[in-house]
Every structure is written in C-alpha cells, then in structure tokens.
Ligand binder design. Structure first.
Ligand code: ADP
Length: 502
C-alpha cells in the first residue's frame, strides 16, 4: 500500500479522499491556491503545498507544480478527485512519466470515453445501446438536417468534447437549427478547445439513471447498482437517489450487465460511472462514461456499504477487489442534496462569501461531506458547491423523511446565499415523493420564492440581527441581513433566541 498520497483537488472531495487515506493509514498531501490557504482540506491533510494564485489555471491546473509538489513531499500516488485533472489523459500520463501512480483509470480508457463520438462508436461495437443519432462527427448544417430528417425533431446538438452540461442545445424545429448550431460550435470551441459536434435524438422527458462500476487490475469488473439523477437544473444534477424509484429488478439487472460490458470494452480499471438515459417504456441508452469518482458516489456507499474511494486507492495499489458481484446488495435507500452557494432569486447565479454561522445537521442516517466550516470564506474562483447532504433510511420514505428533517436542522448564514430552500421544497413535493419525475421536472415545477413570500421571513431575520446587535450579542460583522437563511422559520428562531420578548 502507498505510504503517502497527494490529492490534486480542493473542497469536499479533497477532504473525502483524506478521510479514505486516514482509514488506510496513508499520509496525505494537500495542494492549495492562495485563495484556499485556510481551506478545510489544507487543515485536514498531513502536508500542504501552495501551487499558485487563485485562478485554477494558475494553480490546481498546473501539471508541473502538482508533480513537483508530489516529488518534494515524497508522495507515491496522486488522487485527482473529480473535475480539474480527473478526466485528463495528459495529466494521467504525466503522473506516470514522473514515476508516480495515478489513482484512476488508464489514460487510454480516459481518452476513449472522453470523446463522446468515439465512445458512442465503441459502445455500439460492443453491443451497448446508445441514444439514436449521428454515427460520427458532423461538419455542416446540411449534414445535421439530413440526420434530423432521418430521426425526426426534436434533436440535441452536442459537442464531442462536452461536459458539465455545457456544449449542448436542443432543437425543436428546422428554423432554430442554424443559430443553435452556431451556439454549440462557439461554446465547444471556447470551453473545450474543439468544435467537433454530433447529433442525438432529443429524448422526451427521459430519466438520467447511471450505474457505478469498479474494476481492478486483475480483470474483475463489478457494478454497484444505479443512481437516479433526474433532478437537474441546466442539465446538471442537484439531487440524486439510490435505488431509483423507477428501475425494476429486471431493468436493474440489465443495466448492470450492460455497464460492466461497457467498462470492459475500454479496458477500464478503477471506479467509474456509466450514464444512461431511460425513456418512459424503460428502454435505456448509453449517454456517456465518467472515468472518475463522482460527486454523488456517497449514496452508493450508503446503500452498498462499500467505500468507493478506499477501493479506488486499493485498486491503484494493485489489490484485487475484495468482493464478487454476488456479494453486493442494495440495503435501504439513500438521497443526496447538493448544497450550493447560489442565489435562487438571481437565476441561481453563484453567491459565495464568508460563512458567519454554520450548523450542520446530524443524527441518525445523516452524512455531510463538506470543504467548509464556520468562519470560512467560499471563494468565487471555484465550483460553488459547499456541502453534500446525504441521508440513509431503511426504505425510500425514511431516507426522505430524514432528509427533510436534516434540511430543517441545517443553519447557514453570512454573506452567501444557498439553494437550501429548493431542497426543502422538493422533499415536500408530491411528485418527488411519489418518485414520478423526469429530467425536466425541476425546470418545469420550481419557482424560486418571490419578494412577497420572503417578506415575513426577512422581517424576522432583520429582527434577529437587530436584537443581536442591540444586546451587543455576537452579531457577525459584515453579515448582510438579507442573506440570513433560517431553517423552518426565522420567527421560530427569533422567539427561541428570546429576541421577541425584549
Ligand atoms: P455532460 O457531459 O455535459 O454532463 P451529458 O451527455 O451527460 O452531458 O448529459 C447531461 C444531461 O443532459 C442529461 O442528464 C440529460 O438531462 C440531458 N441530455 C443529454 N442528452 C440528451 C438527449 N439526447 N435527450 C434528452 N436529454 C439529454
């Protein structure tokens, strides 16, 4: 086993990897930008190395500095987390060339799955069903029209190198095609440095269901069942759950077998995820493979009892998987809410800042993964996710009951705004409770609170802050009153703090 591992990431995932290393008695090396000097992952690691100024391109995305940091600290392996270099074959190769171990798949597998068109071709050849569409990259508008004539509108234009919900546009009619194409090509060039694109049939109200896989260097590949990720905004996941309330036992078995076949087709090693779109008739189609640990891995850990990050590290050290497919079962149900520093009243634009007051939920069945603490600053330079709140229950109902309770316990106040209220709303929505939702649910149903509906809560928040200041209480300075995010009701808090009676 490794003695020391460098984590080429920040935030909650860096802390998550540190925890896995601790349990395996591996020492950890954090890297940090100037904006992250006081970050939680830096405090938690055994060693920490500065790698540059705040912009990621000058720090977390500097291959030379990361490898130098590993050399200087004597780390033997590098865990990339998710995002940043996690799906970058060039980085994986540079790590290997420096004589270090990349904790992830072989560069070849990253490359094959990184290009969506190449991945579609490979999967088709391996007998994995893909979303109907163009078999190859397209070059002209006329070619797009020809494919559209064949598969019919609506269609989805997609950048071959796309990711993170970027570089795709749905087109419902021929007249919209030219401008959508220009937009996709522009976005593909600026975000991914490649204008290659292709076309998929736009599936009507599909569900995003993915399958976790683990593969070791000895050729064993298993799946760890599904995660339903259909609660999305702008094609990005907001809430995930496992098992999926939509998947039947037969469908689960079929998806698992296809996921294992897909992973084997690219010689996959490590933890990875095969993403599928499922239609109302429970047909499912390969969408893409994520060749890394994912944000939502925790819910799979909760229902299978497998520590995916520890397995990733053990696999990278050459160990065989300690279980077979038949040893794996789903026990109970888990839900995860992604808590973002963003402003629901301002189109969910990132709204980072200092966290003045913070109380995480706790108690039975609750897991919090975070990179922040009370008093910390959420920097503007990176992804605005501040915590993942996951709950487990004996069944889906209990997991959701616990999530509702945990969300109400969650107190966060300061300069930042959060999407906590969206989660509180969702966990009470009859359609979500019934498991009857698709990828368009959130976009269609959720309306952020209006000025009017917020007025009462705001008044209570102002009262709290004013009373606290009057009593020379610990009113955090610089806190914007409007940013107070009370849990159930600010009135309740104000009353309990005894603010209403003085
Ligand atoms: P990214 O790599 O940017 O995450 P994906 O290909 O994984 O992009 O798709 C992300 C999301 O976009 C899906 O979960 C789904 O909501 C939507 N989407 C992608 N392709 C299609 C399609 N052909 N039809 C309908 N929705 C789609």
């Amino acid at each position: 086993m490794f003695k020391r591992v460098l984590i080429a990431n920040r935030g909650e995932i860096a802390v998550r990897v540190i925890r896995a290393c601790r349990e395996l008695e591996i020492e950890t090396v954090a890297i940090f930008s100037d904006a992250d000097r006081a970050a939680l992952h830096v405090r938690e690691a055994d060693f920490a190395v500065p790698v540059g100024p705040p912009p990621a391109t000058d720090s977390y995305l500097r291959i030379d500095r990361i490898i130098e940091a590993a050399r200087r600290t004597g780390a033997e392996a590098i865990h990339p987390g998710y995002g940043f270099f996690s799906e970058n074959a060039g980085f994986a190769r540079a790590v290997a060339e420096a004589g270090l171990v990349f904790i992830g798949p072989p560069p070849g597998a990253i490359e094959k799955m990184g290009d969506k068109v190449e991945a579609r071709k490979l999967m088709t050849a391996a007998g994995v069903p893909v979303v109907p569409g163009s078999p190859d990259v397209l070059e002209t508008e006329a070619q797009v029209r020809a494919v559209a004539a064949e598969i019919g509108f609506p269609i989805m234009l997609k950048a071959a190198a796309g990711g993170g919900g970027k570089g795709m546009r749905e087109v419902h009619r021929g007249e919209e095609l030219a401008s959508a194409l220009r937009a996709v090509i522009g976005e593909a060039k600026s975000s991914f440095g490649s204008s290659r694109f292709y076309v998929e049939k736009y599936l009507n109200r599909p569900r995003h269901i993915e399958v976790q896989v683990l593969a070791d260097t000895q050729g064993h590949t298993v799946h760890l069942f599904e995660r339903e990720c259909s609660i999305q905004r702008r094609h990005q996941k907001v809430v995930e759950e496992s098992p999926s309330p939509f998947v039947t036992p037969a469908m689960r078995q079929a998806m698992g077998a296809v996921a294992v076949r897909a992973a084997k087709a690219v010689g996959y090693v490590s933890a990875g995820t095969i993403e599928f779109l499922a239609d109302a008739d429970r047909n499912f189609y390969f969408l893409e493979m994520n060749t890394r640990i994912q944000v939502e891995h925790a819910i799979t850990e909760l229902v299978t009892g497998v520590d995916l990050v520890k397995e990733q590290i053990r696999i990278a050290a050459g160990a065989p998987l300690p279980f077979k497919q038949a040893d794996l079962t789903q026990r109970g149900a888990a839900v995860e809410c992604r808590i973002y520093a963003e402003d629901p009243e301002n189109g969910f634009a990132p709204a980072p800042g200092k966290i003045a007051t913070l109380r995480f939920p706790d108690g039975p069945g609750v897991r919090v993964d975070t990179g922040v603490y009370q008093g910390a600053e959420v920097p503007i330079h990176y992804d605005p996710m501040i915590a993942k709140l996951a709950t487990w229950g004996r069944d889906r109902g209990e997991a959701i009951d616990r999530m509702r309770r945990a969300l109400d316990e969650f107190v966060i106040a300061g300069e930042l705004r959060t999407n906590l209220d969206l989660h509180r709303w969702l966990m009470r929505h009859p359609q979500f409770l019934g498991g009857e939702y698709d990828n368009n649910f959130l976009e269609k149903e959720y309306r952020p609170p209006t000025e009017e509906s917020l007025e009462g809560e705001r008044l209570a928040a102002i009262l709290m802050a004013a009373a606290a200041a009057y009593k020379n209480h610990s009113a955090p300075t610089g806190v914007k009153i409007m940013a107070l995010q009370p849990p159930a009701s600010a009135w309740k808090i104000a009353a309990r703090l005894d603010l209403l009676r003085r």
